[in-house]
Unconditional design. Structure first.
Length: 165
């Protein structure tokens, strides 16, 4: 599997629309020294302590972490809290393995079902839903047919149907 970036705070960088943007506004991800708005205090702290993630810090939760707020351009459902909880109850490696799978699924969805207007929708979908539901969505989506526009509409309908169950 490829090495994919993540935020030391718990943001899954490779699931963010800015990671999937081409050009000057592209963010290559925090753990790869790429920043949307410059290095944050959590990044600096983890780097100075040589930590993979703030969730494994002896001082967690500290003020740097508890003051995090939702991104104004993306609904992550406070993903960093879920990430920290997963890492603390399991391991960083277990979280990262699932995160890699989410990234693979998102890449596939962006390639096959993005009509040019669904990047944010797809990123939020893959940030905010259980991996089991995402696997199910992608399994059922593989049978969809049509042009890009038709596929994107059918994909949205499929997502709604599966998430309502």
């Amino acid at each position: 599997m490829k090495d994919i970036p993540y935020g030391f705070c718990g943001m899954p960088c490779a699931l963010c629309p800015y990671y999937h943007t081409k050009g000057i506004s592209r963010c290559k991800g925090c753990s790869h020294d790429g920043f949307f708005n410059g290095a944050c205090n959590i990044y600096k702290c983890c780097k100075s302590k040589d930590l993979l993630h703030c969730a494994i810090c002896a001082e967690y939760p500290c003020k740097k972490c508890t003051s995090l707020k939702e991104f104004n351009c993306l609904d992550t459902g406070s993903v960093w809290l879920r990430t920290v909880s997963t890492i603390q109850s399991s391991t960083f490696e277990n979280w990262y393995t699932e995160y890699q799978r989410r990234t693979e699924l998102l890449d596939l969805a962006l390639e096959q079902y993005n009509n040019g207007r669904m990047k944010r929708y797809l990123c939020e979908l893959f940030i905010n839903n259980d991996i089991e539901k995402l696997e199910l969505i992608m399994k059922h989506a593989s049978s969809l047919t049509g042009n890009k526009r038709e596929l994107s509409l059918k994909f949205r309908e499929l997502v709604i149907t599966i998430l309502e169950k």
